[in-house]
Design a protein around this ligand. Structure first.
Ligand code: UD1
Ligand code: MG
Length: 489
């Protein structure tokens, strides 16, 4: 198996580099002074997400087949966030359930009134009061933040800052908080609505996410008021307050993608595009040949071996491993599947969860495989459904073969032995066993077990009547002529 032989390591390492939370060895790369620091990540997710125009809470929407909150929590954990807190709105029980699914130990806090980002952070007071060394404040709607960026924020705290913020330079800064600096460094963040002309001219904006030193966080947050245009308690005021307390605040500049927030379905699609770009780049960096990268959709956990080729227009859902030398041909859709060494899939193949293809297996056009093990060298090249089955090594599944796995109540298994030959258009009515080396005549409906090396054939005897068609044609012609003659005057 791949995981044991370590083949996908390179790809996983690249994903990690890009900030994906794959089981991590991050502690090896964290500077020494950070390994011993405790870290709490608070994820703000109380927003209503009205502009998504959806009954689903904003952070429950998905990119890369995972919810936004999943991305944020997984990245927080990979950056060392051992303690996690999520701040949700009053009607967000589904968000709490999703957060618990990802991180069972997460603490959930409800913000009943949405009075601003600082107020939201203070809703998690019980978690803050434990005074972890580092506090990361993250936004549930900002899922593309990378592990490395969070580590930079933590490193700034380890170096003595009380507040570390993320700056970025968007093409259009309107609407964002501006980072106000002087010769002593970062002095304040001014929200767009409260900024004067000179401050609005500043290009460096607040990415929103921030790190606070646990020893000062409560003291800083409690001093934040709501004397501003929105009458909200702004987390961004933490900077000016920290400076006022004689503490230091720093800004770390990052890319716009890192802090890209999602408020609309259009922005959700933009974030998906950024994520896919990162995943494709990581796959190619690890040696996967993507013939037309922009047309291939990957999941964050897609694992590739060496020398894999993926043709245009292929979709990978979650839980897919593709081993060395496999070729995935165009228009295939693959999820929850394992593709063995040198296997060929597609074009137009569908591998559903539980499809386990051995080495050198061929799954061709319009073949669907579900919950089935296809052993080494077996082939199903055209138009077939193989569900709840085992197909033994080297077996050949003819075009149009269907495993009839469902009787309307339960699913049943089909077992096809090694080297068996299933003639075209056969229906194998499960539960049924076809012995090794057996032969099934084309068009058979097989309802009884077939012993090894036997022939099973289930169809009516063919009848041939010499000259029958010719006689029919002649008879028809004669009667047509008779009718025409009768019409004549
Ligand atoms: C925030 C920053 C702004 C920055 C921008 C980057 C503040 C005051 N402003 O503004 O400087 O440029 O992000 O995108 O922080 N939330 C709650 N409860 C609340 C309010 C907000 O949970 O009472 C959550 C939201 O769900 C969201 C996050 O906090 O996930 C940020 O809130 P949002 O209203 O989007 O802040 P911005 O106006 O974007
Ligand atoms: Mg926002």
């Amino acid at each position: 198996m791949l995981a044991e032989s370590g083949k996908p390591r390179l790809f996983l390492a690249l994903l990690r580099k890009l900030g994906y939370a794959v089981a991590s060895r991050t502690s090896q790369r964290v500077p020494d002074r950070m390994t011993h620091r405790s870290c709490l990540a608070i994820v703000l997710a109380a927003g209503e997400g009205t502009r998504m125009r959806s009954r689903t809470a904003k952070v429950q929407h998905r990119i890369g087949n995972r919810t936004l909150i999943d991305h944020v929590l997984s990245t927080a954990m990979a950056a060392g966030g051992a303690e996690l807190a999520v701040v949700i709105g009053p009607d967000h029980d589904a968000v709490a359930a999703e957060a618990k699914r990802i991180a069972p130990g997460v603490a959930i806090f409800k913000q009943t009134q949405r009075l601003g980002t600082a107020h939201a952070v203070l809703s998690a007071r019980a978690a803050l009061a434990k005074q972890p060394d580092d506090i990361l404040v993250m936004f549930g709607d900002t899922p593309l933040i990378r592990v490395e960026t969070l580590k930079q924020l933590r490193a700034a705290l380890a170096a003595g800052a009380a507040v570390a913020v993320l700056g970025f330079t968007p093409a259009d800064p309107a609407g964002y908080g501006r980072l106000v600096t002087d010769k002593t460094g970062l002095v304040a963040i001014r929200e767009h609505k409260d900024a004067n002309e000179a401050e609005r001219a500043i290009g460096l904006c607040n990415g929103g996410l921030m790190a606070l030193a646990g020893s000062h966080a409560l003291a800083i947050l409690e001093r934040i008021g709501n004397d501003n245009a929105n009458r909200e308690f702004y987390l961004t005021d933490a900077v000016a307050i920290a400076r006022d307390m004689g503490l230091s605040a720093v800004a770390i500049e990052t890319s716009e993608d890192d802090v890209r927030g999602i408020n609309t379905k259009a922005q959700l699609a933009e974030a998906e595009a950024v994520l896919q770009k990162r995943l494709r780049a990581a796959a190619m960096e690890a040696g996967v040949t993507l013939v037309a990268p922009d047309t291939v959709f990957l999941a964050t956990d897609t694992k590739f071996g060496k020398d894999v080729t993926v043709e245009p227009n292929v979709v990978f859902g979650p839980g897919v491993t593709v081993e060395d030398g496999a070729v995935i041909r165009s228009f295939s859709h693959i999820e929850g599947a394992h593709v063995g060494n040198g296997a060929r899939v597609g074009p137009f193949a569908r591998l559903r969860p539980g499809a386990q293809l051995g080495a050198d297996v061929h799954i061709g056009n319009f073949v669907e495989v579900k919950a089935a093990t296809i052993e080494d060298g077996a082939k199903a090249n055209h138009l077939a459904y193989i569900g709840d089955a085992r197909v033994g090594a080297g077996a050949n599944i003819g075009a149009g073969t269907i495993t009839c796995n469902y009787d309307g109540f339960a699913k049943h298994k089909t077992d096809i032995g090694a080297g068996a030959f299933i003639g075209t258009n056969s229906s194998l009515v499960a539960p049924v066993t076809i012995g090794a080396g057996a032969y099934i005549g084309s068009g058979s409906v097989i309802t009884k077990n077939v012993p090894a090396d036997a022939l099973a054939i289930e169809r009516a005897q063919q009848t041939v009547k010499d000259g029958w068609a010719k006689r029919l044609r002649e008879a028809r012609l004669l009667s047509k002529k008779g009718a025409a003659d009768a019409k004549k005057p």
